[in-house]
Design a binder for this molecule. Structure first.
Ligand code: SF4
Length: 255
């Protein structure tokens, strides 16, 4: 009789090797030296400050291989969405010169300490849509639960961090792409479980962009001055803190 308990678990071994490769690749990637525009809508300014300063995280909270695979799948799906939109008649630019090796479109302000990279810029759409261009294109992939909620209520209500990113990018890209803040952005959400698509137009929210820009300034100034921004919560078991990789550091420091 075969003893399955002693068969080498080739599947686990292969996955472990893949994950080790991904983790090594990440470890060799220099950390960000800037505040990412896609992160500025995070609810806690202190967490953003830790992130910007490269503060040590709680042990065991670095991205593991599986999480890195999730990110990579998201990027691959975004590439598919680009192909689908172009196939549907959108004149979509994702890189300078629209070359695969071209630089991503983006912005850099505050002497390069705040930066963002946009998923795409729509220069023209299918005539029937009467899409106002140029328009920012932002794409996210989601699990079924998040996707259903976003599709039902819209990105502004369900994903404020994405809405903040869109507003900020529209504002900061307007210098390079005049008019992009005048026109609504096209937001695409891909359901990773079912391949369903959600698209919506997101009008520019100038107040939100200004709040995010002010926030970036606050974080940079506080960090330069060696000051700690306030916590988002009074209790460590606040839901945002429970998911935060800097809890140990944060709660050992003054409020
Ligand atoms: S533990 Fe909570 S208060 Fe501290 S940085 Fe994280 S989210 Fe902010």
């Amino acid at each position: 009789m075969l003893d399955f308990n002693h068969r080498p678990k080739i599947g686990d071994q292969v996955t472990a090797l893949i994950d080790a490769g991904l983790e090594a690749e990440r470890a060799a990637t220099p950390p960000r030296s800037y505040l990412g525009g896609s992160r500025l809508g995070h609810p806690c300014e202190r967490a953003l400050q830790f992130e910007f300063a490269g503060a040590a995280k709680n042990e065991g909270t670095d991205f593991d291989g599986r999480t890195l695979r999730i990110f990579a799948i998201g990027h691959a799906l975004e590439d598919l969405a680009i192909r689908w939109l172009r196939g549907a008649g959108f004149d979509l630019y994702t890189r300078k010169g629209n070359q695969p090796d071209g630089e991503q479109f983006g912005f850099s302000v505050a002497r390069g300490r705040v930066r963002g990279h946009v998923d795409g810029i729509i220069a023209g759409g299918p005539p029937d849509l009467e899409l106002a261009v140029p328009a920012l294109w932002e794409c996210k992939t989601m699990n079924a639960k998040n996707w259903r909620e976003t599709a039902a209520k819209g990105v502004v209500v369900t994903k404020p961090i994405y809405a903040a990113q869109i507003a900020l990018y529209q504002a900061y890209m307007d210098g390079a792409v005049p008019g992009i803040s005048r026109n609504p952005a096209l937001f695409t959400a891909i359901n990773k479980d079912t391949a369903e698509l959600h698209h919506e137009l997101v009008p520019f929210d100038g107040d939100l962009a200004q709040r995010m820009s002010d926030r970036a300034v606050r974080i940079l100034q506080a960090t330069d001055a060696g000051e700690l921004l306030p916590r988002i919560a009074r209790e460590r078991d606040f839901h945002e803190c429970r998911m935060c990789p800097w809890t140990n550091r944060c709660w050992s420091l003054p409020a």
